[in-house]
Design a protein around this ligand. Structure first.
Ligand code: DAH
Length: 353
């Protein structure tokens, strides 16, 4: 018996030497440990032995079983490790290879300006709201103190679809909508960025479709000083920390008083240069205190509530900020223009480098 056990061990050891893959190893395992294998065969011979012999032989057979299992397991581990190493070697990436340039889409300059303005006003507690581009005359004009026949309508030559419907000429329409929706709840603090349309002939400074960002704040005790403080923060964020603003009287039907806001020229710092046409000031937006008629027509008691409004032109801001001198560049989608704002990852102008 002992010889048989030894010869099984010897044979297994030599056969294991030859095995180089997991499949053959598994076959070998079935061969040795299976029902028809040499170990089972020895077990079945136990019946004919004496009790003494059974004890001795049983133990030796058990030891053999354990040993065979261990040998097979150890071989399995070795093969698996070798296989893993081979795979890792094959899949190795050479990170020292130079990368290929990857072109990704860029953020359009107008979107960039809108994003920046949204971020600023959200940080000051404003909501960002939207309104329809196909608008009722009611919200675009009438509820903004611009009744039918009002001469100020002429300055906003409109695309009418029917008598009552038009492409909105200004995001100010969303002032009326927001007040109406809030039903005299305060405070209202909102900005509304969006597209606007006018029957203008396109040239370097006019476009039949452009953008506005409306701003509206309504509460008790809102004053012109609040407007000034707010717009100063805006001017500094968009045009630089050292900027100072000034108000000039103006006229908009929905505000009283109405103002135009200038910022000190960010190119020359206010001494005068071609950008600011020698004045040291650049006009950036229109604003004012919400007209009592507008408050009343939209459900707010003008004796109790006051508010301010402003209208930012993202095209104008982008043109000033990025030195663009033709508004049509924003819409013709010439990639040479847009590429100035794009990022090429891994390329020479990769901003992340
Ligand atoms: N909607 C005005 C325009 O298109 C811009 C504007 C001016 C909006 C003053 C305002 C404002 O809210 O207060 O010319």
């Amino acid at each position: 018996m002992k010889e048989k056990i030894d010869s099984i061990r010897e044979k297994l050891l030599s056969e294991l030497e030859e095995i180089n893959d997991l499949k053959s190893l598994n076959d070998l395992k079935v061969l040795y440990m299976g029902k028809k294998g040499p170990i089972s065969e020895l077990s079945s011979m136990m019946g004919s032995l004496s009790i003494e012999e059974k004890k001795e032989f049983g133990k030796a057979l058990n030891d053999l079983k354990n040993e065979v299992n261990n040998l097979l397991d150890t071989k399995k581990n070795t093969l698996e490790e070798a296989e893993l190493n081979k795979r890792l070697e094959n899949e190795k990436i050479d990170i020292t290879l130079p990368s290929t340039k990857l072109h990704v889409g860029g953020v359009h300059p107008i979107t960039k300006v809108i994003d920046e303005v949204e971020e600023l006003f959200i940080s000051m507690g404003y909501d960002v709201v939207e309104g329809p581009e196909i608008e009722q005359d009611l919200y675009n004009f009438e509820k903004l103190n611009l009744p039918k026949g009002h001469p100020a309508r002429d300055s906003q030559d409109s695309f009418y679809i029917t008598e009552e419907m038009l492409l909105r000429t200004q995001t100010s329409s969303v002032q009326a909508r927001t007040m109406e929706a809030n039903k005299e709840k305060t405070p209202i603090r909102m900005i509304c960025p969006g597209k606007t349309y006018r029957r203008d002939n396109d040239d370097a400074t006019h476009s039949h479709q452009f953008h506005q960002i409306e701003g509206l704040v309504i509460d008790e005790n809102i004053s012109l000083a609040d407007l000034k403080g707010t717009l100063e923060i805006f001017a500094k964020k968009m045009f630089g920390e050292d900027r100072v603003i000034r108000f000039r009287p103006s006229f908009f039907p929905f505000t009283e008083p109405s103002i135009e806001v200038d910022v000190t020229c960010f190119k020359c710092g206010g001494v005068g240069c071609p950008l600011c046409k020698g004045t040291g000031w650049i006009e950036i937006l229109g604003a004012g205190m919400v007209h009592p008629n507008v408050l009343r027509d939209n459900g707010y008691d003008p004796e109790k509530y006051t508010g301010f409004a402003f209208g930012i032109g993202p095209e104008r801001v982008a043109m000033l900020k990025y030195g663009i001198n033709d508004i049509r560049n924003f819409y013709t989608n010439d990639v040479r223009f847009l590429n100035d704002f794009n990022r090429v990852i891994g390329g020479d102008n990769d901003a992340s480098k």
